[in-house]
Design a protein around this ligand. Sequence first.
Ligand SMILES: [Fe+2]
Ligand SMILES: [Fe+2]
Length: 193
Amino acid sequence: MTRVELRSVDELMDLLHACRGAWDTPDRSGDPVDLHDHALQTAALLRRGHPSDKELQLAGLVHDIGHLLHPGDDAGHADTAAAAVRGLLGERVARLVQLHVPAKRYLATSDPARGLSPQSALTLETQGGPMTPEEAAAFAHDPLADDAVTLRQADDAGKVVGLDAGVMEDWRPVVELVAQGYRSSNFTPSLRS
Ligand SMILES: [Fe+2]
Ligand SMILES: [Fe+2]
């Protein structure tokens, strides 16, 4: 399968716009909102709870673009999305995106009474099912575990049909800010003799 790496803010924004009318399952048997509304709702929930954490908000915005990049590959969609944004938005955003599936498996073990959408419950099994106690303990030790769980909770709540969660283009300045921050953190000035 071809690995996609997004190179610019424009490329990412184009992909996010293309999420309108795209679904987590190609036959639309999955979640009841399209990937565009799901992205906006997830990001808006994270912005409300964590207004200063732009990286967490963006991780919520882009977490499911793997469904668009490789339709039908549910088991790999988190890794696909993480690889696509890593070079543009940095390692923390990429890892949070990657962890949105393990976080679901973790919560299925640590909080089994928690409700999942029918589609999420269905795909949980193909994604490995609930974590074993050992896997859950290892997950809990990850420095990003709490943030990944926060993202996952917003992910599960961001599936409300007809809920207006804003406009995709309003996220462009946030994407630019985080991309710029990541670029500058990577910039090593060359030494002149
Ligand atoms: Fe997902
Ligand atoms: Fe999602």
